[in-house]
Design a protein around this ligand. Structure first.
Ligand code: IFM
Length: 451
C-alpha cells in the first residue's frame, strides 16, 4: 500500500500470500506407481531428439514418494501456500471413467500434511500431463478433450474440495496449444498451426466447463486460470513500433483473457493468422464463466519492432535485440516488465485478483568447495521482481500474492535436467535435497512479509 502522507510504499497488505510453485510431471517421478497411466510427456520423452539428453520424468525429484520432505522444506520456508499440480493420469489413467482411489488419496494426504503445517494447498488441474489415451484420440484440437477435462476436474473438486480451497484450471494454456501443437517443442510434438488454434479454443472451453463444475459442486473456495501473458515493449518510440508491440501481445494475452472476460477472441489477431476457432453454440458463454483470479507467470519481457507483414511475420512485427542480462534460459531479466504486464491486465480486464503464480530464474548454480550454492544472481532476480510487486501494490493493482518458481530443481521440459530454477538443489542420483542461499533469502522475505 502507498502511505497517503509520504507517498511511499507502506508494506504488503496483511493477507498478502507468499508461496512456492511446482508441477506434477516436473517433480513427481513414480510414473508407473499407484496405477498412473502414461501421459503425453512420457511418450514425448521417449522420442529421440525431443528432450535434451533423452531425459524423462521417470525419477524427477521423486516427490511422489518423498513429498513429506517437500512439505518439511515448505514449512521451513514459512510460506503460506504451496501451488502443485494434480497429474490427470494418476486420477484417470486413460483420461476418462472412474477415478483411481490411490491417485485421489495421494493428493488428499499431501493436502492434509500441508494444512497441518499451516500451508494452504493450491491445486492446478492441468500442468501439461495429458493422459496419452486422450492424445491418441486427437488431443486438445478435439472438443472431446475439453469435455473429458471438465469431468476430471469435477472428480477432483468432489474428492479434494474439502481440503483444497484454491484451484487453477490450466497452467499456461498458450504453451499447451502453441508449443504442443504449433511448434512441436513440447508434447505431443505436433507442428500444425491450425491445430494449435483449435487446441486453444478447447483448452478455454475445458477451463470454462471446469469453472462451471466447480460452482455446481458446492466445494467452496476460489478458482482461476494461470496464464503466461506477454506485453512486449516497443523497441523504439516510433508509433509503428508501439502498434507492433500491441499486436505482439495478443497471442499470449488477449487470446486468453479476451474470451474469459469479454466473451470474444481478438479478431484482428485471428484474421492476421488466418485462424478459425471451432466455436459451437454456447461455447463463449461457458468460456466466460466468472473466475476469482488470474494467475500471472512471468519470467521475462521482449522488445519488438514493426516489419512488413509477410509469411514470416503475419502480424508485422519482429523481436528486436535488447541490452538486458539474460538468465540461463537466454531470457531477458526485466523486472519492470512484470509491473507492465500486470498493469495492462488490470486496466484492460479488471480481474478481481491477480497472483504472480510463477516467477524465478535458471542460473548455472555452481557449488563451492563445501558443496554450498550461493546463488546470488537468483537472489538479485527475485529481489528485483519483488520490488516490482511492491510497486504494483503501491499503484493499487489487485495483486494478492506471489509464488516463486520453484521449490527445487526439476525436469525443465525439453531442457531435461539442464536448467535449474530451484531454491533447493536436488541430487539427480540420490534425490537428496539441499537448500541454496536463495532458499534462505526467500525465507527472510516471507518472515519479514516483504523485502
Ligand atoms: O518450468 C516451467 C513451468 O512448468 C511453467 N512455467 C515456466 C517454467 C520455467 O520454464
Amino acid at each position: 500500500m502507498r502511505n497517503q502522507a509520504t507517498g511511499r510504499f507502506d508494506g504488503f497488505p496483511a493477507d498478502f500470500l507468499w508461496g512456492c510453485s511446482t508441477a506434477s510431471y516436473q517433480i513427481e517421478g513414480g510414473t508407473s506407481s499407484g496405477g498412473r497411466g502414461p501421459s503425453i510427456w512420457d511418450a514425448f520423452c521417449r522420442e529421440p531428439g525431443r528432450v535434451l539428453g533423452g531425459q524423462n520424468g521417470d525419477f524427477a525429484c521423486e516427490s511422489h514418494r518423498r513429498w513429506p520432505e517437500d512439505v518439511e522444506l515448505l514449512r521451513e520456508l514459512g510460506v503460506g501456500a504451496y501451488r502443485f499440480s494434480v497429474a490427470w493420469p494418476r486420477i484417470q489413467p486413460a483420461g476418462r471413467g472412474k477415478p483411481l482411489q490411490a491417485g485421489l488419496d495421494h493428493y488428499a494426504r499431501q493436502a492434509d500434511a500441508l494444512l497441518e503445517a499451516g500451508i494452504e494447498p493450491w491445486a492446478t488441474l492441468y500442468h501439461w500431463d495429458l493422459p496419452l489415451a486422450l492424445e491418441e484420440a486427437g488431443g486438445w484440437p478435439e472438443r472431446e478433450t475439453a469435455l473429458r477435462f471438465a469431468e476430471y476436474a469435477d472428480l477432483c473438486f468432489r474428492a479434494l474440495g474439502g481440503r483444497v480451497k484454491r484451484w487453477a484450471t490450466l497452467n499456461e494454456p498458450w504453451c499447451s496449444a502453441f508449443l504442443g501443437y504449433g511448434t512441436g517443442e513440447h508434447a505431443p510434438g505436433r507442428r500444425d498451426r491450425a491445430a494449435a488454434y483449435r487446441a486453444a479454443h478447447h483448452l478455454l472451453l475445458g477451463h470454462g466447463l471446469a469453472v462451471r463444475a466447480f460452482r455446481a459442486s458446492g466445494a467452496g473456495g476460489e478458482i482461476g486460470i494461470v496464464i503466461n501473458p506477454a506485453t512486449p515493449r516497443p523497441a523504439t518510440a516510433r508509433p509503428e513500433d508501439r502498434l507492433a508491440a500491441e499486436r505482439a501481445s495478443e497471442e499470449r494475452t488477449a487470446l486468453w483473457l479476451g474470451p474469459i472476460y469479454g466473451g470474444a477472441y481478438p479478431e484482428r489477431h485471428l484474421a492476421a493468422q488466418g485462424a478459425a476457432m471451432p466455436i459451437e453454440a454456447g461455447d463463449m458463454a461457458a468460456v466466460a464463466e466468472p473466475i476469482d483470479f488470474v494467475g500471472v507467470n512471468y519470467y521475462n519481457e521482449d522488445a519488438v519492432r514493426a516489419v512488413p507483414a509477410g509469411p514470416e511475420a503475419p502480424e508485422g512485427f519482429a523481436y528486436a535485440p535488447t541490452w538486458q542480462d539474460k538468465t540461463e534460459m537466454g531470457w531477458d531479466i526485466e523486472p519492470r516488465g512484470l509491473l507492465r504486464v500486470m498493469s495492462h491486465i488490470a486496466k484492460t480486464w479488471s480481474p478481481k485478483a491477480l497472483y504472480v503464480t510463477e516467477n524465478g530464474a535458471a542460473f548455472r548454480d555452481e557449488p563451492d568447495a563445501a558443496g554450498r550454492i550461493r546463488d546470488l544472481d537468483r537472489i538479485a532476480y527475485l529481489r528485483g521482481h519483488l520490488a516490482a510487486c511492491e510497486e504494483a501494490v503501491a499503484e493499487g493493482l489487485p495483486l494478492r500474492g506471489y509464488f516463486v518458481w520453484t521449490l527445487m530443481d526439476n525436469f525443465e521440459w525439453a531442457w531435461g535436467y539442464s536448467r535449474y530454477f530451484g531454491l533447493v538443489r536436488v541430487d539427480q542420483r540420490t534425490g537428496e535435497r539441499r537448500p541454496k542461499a536463495s532458499f534462505r533469502y526467500y525465507r527472510d522475505v516471507v518472515a519479514g512479509h516483504g523485502l
